[in-house]
Write a protein that binds this ligand. Structure first.
Ligand SMILES: Nc1ncnc2c1ncn2[C@@H]1O[C@H](COP(=O)(O)OP(=O)(O)O)[C@@H](O)[C@H]1O
Ligand SMILES: [Mg+2]
Ligand SMILES: [Zn+2]
Length: 91
């Protein structure tokens, strides 16, 4: 329980808050800015390296009403609903 809460509490909500993974962030932001987002992504890597975090940021960015420089605004109704949603399982 506390384990999950910590993951949620400290999970970055923007690419700019993520440490490292520069090539991943740059590639995804460029695709978002260009409006050329792929129809599927496969995130590969060790545990705790940011795969879920990246997927969550990307999902919000794709749906965000005020995309700014490839980042989700985290303030529009779509972003807020995604951030507030209580999901289940590992995340
Ligand atoms: N690149 C990163 N920058 C900042 N925090 C990170 C990064 N990668 C992982 N974390 C932190 O570690 C936790 C686990 O990351 P997560 O994205 O769930 O890893 P994965 O899905 O790859 O196992 C997150 O809550 C987040 O706070
Ligand atoms: Mg994960
Ligand atoms: Zn938004």
């Amino acid at each position: 329980m506390g384990y999950t809460a910590l993951y949620r509490k400290f999970r970055p909500t923007k690419f700019s808050e993520m440490v490292g993974q520069e090539h991943i962030k740059k590639t995804l932001k460029n695709q978002l800015i260009a409006g050329r987002v792929g129809h599927a992504y496969l995130f590969n890597g060790g545990r705790g390296t940011g795969k879920t975090t990246t997927a969550k940021i990307l999902a919000r960015a794709v749906n965000c009403l005020n995309l700014k420089d490839g980042e989700p605004c985290n303030e529009c109704e779509i972003c807020k609903a995604a951030l507030e949603r209580v999901t289940y399982g590992y995340y």
